[in-house]
Design a protein. Sequence first.
Length: 128
Amino acid sequence: MIERISPRGAPAPRGPYSPAVRAGDCIYVAGQVAIDPVSGQVVTGDVQAETRQVLTNIRNILEACGASLNDVVRCGVYLTDAADFKPMNEVYAEFFGEAKPARTTIIVAALPLKDAKVEIDAVAYKPR
């Protein structure tokens, strides 16, 4: 069974996609950028501030699906500047601690949201 999920407290999608999709015991969280779900405004500042908002959004989406960051098995991280890897990684480590998912980090020319520095997607495994 496939369930498309648009939880309250998640940023509203800015395109034709679902914030999360549950397929069996897996939850796929769409790529998140630094959007404050309450105001709908982009969080600006350095890559650490953006990463903090992105991972907060992912955590909130997962919690609305009955999961947590501890259930994440894989993340994709997209950065617009390789110099941002270390500061992004510091915040990432704060959120995941010892529950380290597999991860790919890719440097991209640009992200769909103008001036965004980081986008992260996630896959979690949470049996029903």
